[in-house]
Design a protein around this ligand. Sequence first.
Ligand code: PMP
Length: 456
Amino acid sequence: SSTSGAGARIAERARRVVPGGVNSGQRSVPGLTDLVITGTGGARFRTADGREFIDFHAAFGPPLLGHNDPDVARAVAEAGTSLGHMGVGVTEGEVLLAEQLVELIPSVEKILLTSTGSEATFHALRVARAATGRRLVVKFQGCYHGWHDSVSLNVISTPERVGGRDPISTGILPEVLEATLVLPFNDSEAVRAAFAAHGQDIAAVILEPVPHNVGALLPHQEFLTTLREETTRAGSVLVFDEVITGFRHHTGGWQTISGVTPDLTTFGKAMANGAPVGALGGRADLMDLFSSRPGGPTFFAGTYNGHPSVVAAALATLRKLREEPVHEHVFRLGERVRTELTALYQRLDVPAVVAGYGSVFVTYFMPGYAPGQLPGSYTDLLANDAALFVGYRRRLLEHGLFELPLNLKRSHISYAHTDDDVDRLLTATETAVRSALADGGAGDLAHTSTMGGARD
Ligand code: PMP
């Protein structure tokens, strides 16, 4: 088209003035380094090269209602004309939002707003250390909690005390990494052993209740109850990182679905449909440590926390989630995708497990799974054929469909997706998988399919 080459030119300018040409580590996707976004709306996005894609990546998850939802956009515009950011005191919008979150989410008695999910998990671990006077944090293989030091271990770190051997970043003090234990997900025995060995030193256990940073590992109910029992017995703080699961799977989070109530919960992403927000809520006695009491508060601050336009976006998103059949719609389409993809792979005789929950889906290409059987830990996912996983997604691009072509990345359905979008996904997937198989997976692109830090 007449705009062809425009993306490459802008991306080249970006690389001259922005390190790596992107503002977040996972935005530079091998094979897509000239991707320049010029417009988004509903289930679509457009590029500087004049191409349009049906978007099943959905920005790693925030736009549950679809990109640029008109009701959220209107609320943000109205807030913008009446209320600028002051940075002192409080606004009624912040109160309304907190009141609703307290009402909706079982663990939340009090809540604070941040601008990102990473800030929320940072403050969760800080206040857990403050409350317990302990040092260690337990996290799980396959889970990502942000960019800060305590959790900056590769999601594929081996399930043992890591001791700084596998950070996702340079520049971190080894003693910080050493204070983090990594355990395999869904392994109750490993949790009991860690508490037997270190229980009195464990300040917090943090997990994605569904580790979506490696696609979708569903938690065993007995694993969640073991975490609750062990943390309660040892006096450690149980943190559910619901940055992805919150609002997307249920307005009351995975804790409502599972019936297991953590002490603290972190949120982000779908909470404001894409406006920059995070939140940390939980037990009032823990949350009150953040108040500026004489004698030592746990410090919490942020120039943009509770920004009026972000609060307006969150309130409008919540209203729509409560008043319209958003979950009904995305769950129905998600179920359709999983069922029909499973049938497709059976027909093609390709060993595949289509996993996910509600609006989230991901296909792992691995043999030996009976219908309905699912992988439960990151170790299980080592059997996934990364070349095919990335290879069919690269070919989907040629059909105007976007699932992120990086290994183990999940895909998302929004309220703006239609049955027609799903039809197109199914048809294009069949063609793309057939073609990837004919070329032996990703073909010459196979070398780009390693998962690196698998963070987003
Ligand atoms: N927790 C989880 C589960 C996440 O998936 C992410 C980001 N993908 C974060 C925390 C960090 O959130 P943010 O990128 O907004 O800092």
